[in-house]
Ligand binder design. Structure first.
Ligand code: RB5
Length: 170
């Protein structure tokens, strides 16, 4: 399994612990973390797009709080990013929500807690129970609706003449 990871300057020690844990578990790691100070949306976008494109099976993102990373990653279709601060939430994010990106806060949890959260998240699989499958399908449906709306708005914009009606075709 290949895991895409990334952090900004607020998440370096936790990201390094994540990397070590993944590598010692024998997993392939694609690390998108830039050196020095960086903007979390740039890193989140790269990791999220790697997961959405299938270049990585799952992703792990770390910024100061994990909030910016999770907000950004969830803008990418096909990504279900979960911000977790405890192993129980991490397990539930897989079993109930099929989260494919784990986000953590480098300034809110320590390296030991992050490692426990990561282990719980890696071990868990999506539940096949009907109620969870149904709920996840509802989330996927919303994503599909939003994506279709964006597509049709884009097509509409392209077709539309932006000039006021009374000045068109003069
Ligand atoms: C960077 O200072 C900080 O804003 C970032 O790491 C993250 O916490 C954003 O959500």
């Amino acid at each position: 399994m290949k895991i895409a990871i990334g952090c900004d300057h607020g998440g370096v020690p936790v990201k390094e612990a994540v990397r070590q844990e993944l590598e010692s578990a024998g997993l392939d790691v694609l690390d998108f973390s830039p050196p020095g100070e960086s903007d979390y949306p740039d890193v989140a976008q790269q990791v999220a797009e790697a997961v959405a494109a299938g270049d990585a099976t799952r992703g792990v993102l770390v910024c100061g709080t994990g909030i910016g990373m999770s907000i950004t990653a969830n803008k990418v279709d096909g990504v279900r990013a979960a911000l977790c601060a405890d192993p129980y939430s991490a397990r539930m994010s897989r079993e109930h929500n099929d989260a494919n990106v784990l986000c953590m806060g480098g300034r809110t949890i320590g390296v030991g807690a992050a490692t426990e959260i990561l282990r719980a998240w890696l071990r868990a699989e999506p539940s096949a129970e009907e109620r969870h499958v149904r709920r996840r399908a509802k989330v996927a449906k919303l994503e599909e609706l939003a994506s279709n709306e964006r597509l049709s708005e884009g097509a509409g914009r392209g077709d539309r003449d932006p000039r006021p009606a009374d000045s068109q075709n003069r």
